[in-house]
Design a protein around this ligand. Structure first.
Ligand code: GRF
Length: 191
C-alpha cells in the first residue's frame, strides 16, 4: 500500500501520520511550508508542485493533471489530504475515485470551507469538532468516515480552538486511514 499525502501548512497532521508509521510514499506540497520539512525529516520524498496563481487565472485543471502525473509516478494507492490548500479538479477524482481522504476541522456538514474554525467561533456554537471523509469534487462533501466533537470554551480563540481540534485529528485520522487501508486490501471500497 502506497500513500500520497498532500499538505500546505505546518504539517502537524502529517507528522502524526508519520509517527503512526503509515506507508507514506510521497508528500506533495503546493507551496513552501513546514509540511515539506516534516516529510524530509522523516526521509519521505517531497514533490513541490508550487502554485503560482491564486486568482481567477489559476488553471485548476492543468495543475490537477500535473498532480495526477506525480501520484501515478509514485504508484499511489491512496491519497490523503493533510491540510492541503488547493481545491483540485475532476481529473484526480476520476483517477483515484473513492480513494482520496480528507480531514476537516468542523463537524461536517457544518462549517465547510477553509475558515471552518473561525466560522464556528463566530457562530457561537458550543460544540464543534472534526470530520474525516472521502473527498469528492464538491468541497467538504463525500461520505463521512469518522467524527469527534470538541467543546468550544468561553475564552477560546481561533488558535486555541483549532489546536484542540487538531489534537483530535492527529488521533482519529491515522485510525481512519488504517481502516481505509484494510478495506482497500480486502478489495472493498472505503466506507
Ligand atoms: C487541519 O485542521 C486540517 O483539518 C485542515 O488543516 C489543518 C492542518 O493542520 N484542513 P497542520 O498544517 O497539519 O497543522
Amino acid at each position: 500500500m502506497r500513500i500520497a499525502a498532500l499538505a500546505s501548512g505546518t504539517g502537524s497532521i502529517l507528522d502524526a501520520l508519520v509517527a503512526e508509521h503509515l506507508p507514506i510514499a510521497v508528500v506533495v506540497v503546493d507551496r513552501t511550508c513546514n509540511a515539506a520539512v516534516v516529510a524530509e525529516r522523516a526521509g519521505i520524498p517531497v514533490e513541490r508542485l508550487v502554485r503560482t496563481e491564486f486568482g481567477p487565472s489559476f488553471d485548476r485543471d492543468a495543475y490537477t493533471a500535473e498532480l495526477v502525473d506525480i501520484l501515478v509516478r509514485h504508484g499511489a494507492d491512496l491519497v490523503v489530504m493533510a491540510g492541503f490548500g488547493t481545491v483540485l479538479g475532476k481529473a484526480v477524482h476520476d483517477a483515484f475515485d473513492g480513494r482520496i481522504l480528507n480531514t476537516h476541522p468542523a463537524l461536517l456538514p457544518a462549517f465547510k470551507g477553509w475558515h471552518a474554525v473561525e466560522e464556528a467561533l463566530a457562530a457561537g456554537v458550543k460544540v464543534t469538532g472534526c470530520t474525516v471523509h472521502v473527498a469528492t469534487l464538491a468541497v467538504d462533501e463525500g461520505e463521512i468516515l469518522a467524527q469527534e466533537a470538541v467543546d468550544v470554551l468561553p475564552d477560546d480563540t481561533v488558535t486555541s480552538l483549532h489546536e484542540r481540534i487538531k489534537a483530535v485529528e492527529r488521533r482519529i485520522y491515522p485510525e481512519a486511514i488504517r481502516h481505509a487501508i484494510a478495506q482497500l486490501e480486502n478489495g472493498e471500497r472505503i466506507s
